[in-house]
Design a protein around this ligand. Structure first.
Ligand code: SF4
Length: 85
């Protein structure tokens, strides 16, 4: 990961605090990227090209093609993850 991009921060809408891209790239199950990584980072730089370059073809395709979750599903998943920590 390029250091200048890795160290860039943005406010996470889920956590309510700043997070670096390096966090977003590994915060999902099995250290995979957050499902909102494209939505959250497209205004800062060309995140799609970055993901295409840094993920396997399979992971990139899965991320780009995933269906957005409704808010209730996202919240329930976050609660479940918090319980397991
Ligand atoms: S990509 Fe995920 S972890 Fe990163 S800022 Fe967005 S919602 Fe938060």
């Amino acid at each position: 990961m390029e250091p200048e991009i890795e160290n860039q921060n943005r406010r996470c809408p889920r956590l309510g605090s700043p997070v670096p891209l390096s966090y977003c790239m590994k915060c999902n199950d099995n250290h995979r990227p957050c499902g909102k990584v494209i939505d959250c980072w497209w205004e800062f730089f060309d995140i799609k090209s970055y993901l295409e370059k840094n993920l396997s073809t399979e992971d990139f395709t899965e991320l780009v093609n995933q269906k957005p979750q409704d808010k209730i599903t996202s919240i329930l998943e976050l609660i479940e993850k918090a319980k397991n920590r």
